[in-house]
Design a protein around this ligand. Structure first.
Ligand SMILES: [Zn+2]
Ligand SMILES: [Zn+2]
Length: 336
């Protein structure tokens, strides 16, 4: 079938919108009409060549949400018309996968960034020439995508798809780190280092868990302001000379938990030094959580505050705004 997709033609080149051919789903896959796709820095890293095995031209996008159009022959638990979010890929056979630690799959890197399925094939092409895809086994910067049925999460039909795409990656990572890994008790002190999409999702989760104080640490005043509105009790500049001392003062000796999302070594240092004895610092990896949809629908997790919508044709502007920090979480709206 013909699809419209954003192609990265070569390393570090801007996205280009093209008409491509997409092959139908394999037996264990579904074809999804993408309604919206989050954009993450991971997509920009892929564009810019940080994944050494990713070939070009390639279609990125790994936070797709949409409606199942067609199912493969062996897919039993999904049907056309289902609303879905496409999450991260996992092999199902390795030791972590068999222990249900799916986000630690040993094949994850190849499945995310080889541009191919596990069997080496890929479903997109342009005028008969290869276009690599299968980015995170989805390549959701396109009007349609094929994805393994097991990676797809069915959601309520009344839930807004354009807000839920980012749950597939960044937001479940932040919220999952707090709710599934830290499991804080009400009244425990947490500091969130870096309040972008991942950090703010963690912050909202900390609020749901009843953490107090909740200290947001970032260098961007706008983000600290938003963090306050979303539940931070304190907001500190990560570059301040007194930041560590202030954290110790606010918490009476240090935080119980630190969520480090900034990837800045000096900030990681504060995150660890700002802990009290037996405190826990979590560096975000990828954690699976299934509860955020319901939390969002109950009005307890205002994801919409993190999101800025862009028309698909504005993909390069969305990328620039993500890079500058002007937008916390760009979401691309795909044309019908
Ligand atoms: Zn991501
Ligand atoms: Zn695995």
């Amino acid at each position: 079938m013909k699809i419209t997709a954003a192609v990265v033609p070569a390393r570090s080149a801007p996205f280009e919108i093209h008409t491509l051919d997409l092959a139908g789903p394999q037996a264990d896959e579904v074809l999804v009409r993408i309604v919206a796709s989050g954009m993450c820095h991971t997509d920009l890293h892929a564009r810019d060549g940080y994944f050494p095995n990713l070939p070009y031209p390639v279609v990125c996008g790994h936070e797709g949400a949409g409606i199942v159009e067609e199912i493969g022959a062996s897919v039993a638990d999904l049907a056309p018309g289902d609303h879905v979010v496409i999450s991260f890929p996992w092999c199902g056979d390795c030791e972590p996968c068999r222990a249900e630690r799916l986000s630690y799959c040993v094949q994850a890197r190849a499945l995310k960034s080889s541009g191919r399925r596990a069997d080496g094939s890929f479903p997109m092409s342009r005028d008969g020439a290869p276009v690599y895809s299968c980015f995170f086994q989805q390549s959701s910067f396109a009007t349609f995508a094929v994805a393994p049925a097991k990676d797809v999460v069915k959601i309520r039909r009344d839930a807004p798809l354009e807000l839920l795409g980012p749950l597939g990656c960044g937001l479940q990572t932040g919220a999952g780190a707090v709710l599934n890994v830290m499991r804080p008790r009400a009244g425990q002190a947490i500091a969130i280092y870096g309040v972008g999409g991942v950090g703010l999702a963690g912050l909202m989760a900390a609020k749901i868990a009843g953490c107090d104080p909740i200290i947001a640490v970032d260098r961007l005043p706008d983000r600290l302001k938003l963090a306050r509105e979303l539940g931070a009790t304190h907001a500190l500049d990560s570059r301040g000379a007194e930041t560590l001392a202030e954290i110790r003062k606010i918490t009476g000796g240090g935080t119980h938990f630190a969520l480090e999302t900034s990837a800045v070594p000096a900030v990681f240092r504060i995150a660890v030094d700002g802990l009290r004895g037996l405190g826990t610092c979590v560096l975000v990896g990828s954690a699976r959580a299934g509860t955020e949809v319901d939390l969002f629908m109950a009005g307890r997790m205002p994801l919409d505050r993190l999101i800025t919508r862009y028309d698909f044709a504005q993909i390069n502007r969305a990328a620039a705004d993500a890079t500058s920090g002007a937008t916390i979480k760009p979401v691309l709206m795909l044309p019908d």
